[in-house]
Write a protein that binds this ligand. Sequence first.
Ligand code: UDP
Length: 238
Amino acid sequence: MGDKKRVLVKFSGEALAGENGFGIDTHILKFIASEIKELVLNNVEVGIVIGGGNIIRGVSAAKDGIIKRTSGDHMGMLATVINAIAMREALEHSGISVRVQSAIKMEAICETFIMGRAGRHLEKGRVVIFAAGTGNPFFTTDTAATLRAIEISADMIIKATKVNGVYDKDPMKFIDAVLLNEISYEKAMDDSIKVMDDTAIALAKDNKLPIVVCNMFKKGNLLKIINGDYSNCSVVKN
Ligand code: UDP
């Protein structure tokens, strides 16, 4: 690794669905691709994890007991591969070099996750999309994203969301809600805040990985954050 900035950006599957609430909206893909391109053009090494919630989640698939939870989770992980392929297409369409690496081997479709190989791609300026979560049921893509961020020694993980960050109270209900610029890992685990699931936050804490929560729909936001401007987002750190 050189002195370049390296970042892991996590998008929820739902973000890709846009107003449809389901499936993949190519306008959103195009917007995300343009934001990621901005990073690449500024010499940032970028890893991406996308969830699968726009297609299926293990817990909901298994809710009536017909589908086993583990099978539902397999379905959820496959959903993340679908999203990863869509994102790869959008990035390639915008002229970016990109590789998908899946935690579950599917060699006709994409590479399998190999840490060293992912590192080489990143050094060469390729975006790497990490698909299929951790490859294990009972985990989330937030945990997968945190794990990959640590494995590739990212400077930070950015959780790109629909909101600006974490507030002291619900900004939809209270007009005097204040955006919290800095919060501790312990606070981030609070039920009222829940930046990510406990597993993901514990992993980030143990490895001193800062988690930045920001608004993905504000143009230029990702680059701004990577350049050290945290004024309009929340940073979880010690
Ligand atoms: N999943 C899993 N193991 C992982 C990551 C994900 O089993 O390591 C499954 C799980 O069923 C989850 C689904 O994949 O519900 C989609 O991921 P997630 O819910 O994290 O997506 P998001 O909410 O970010 O769209």
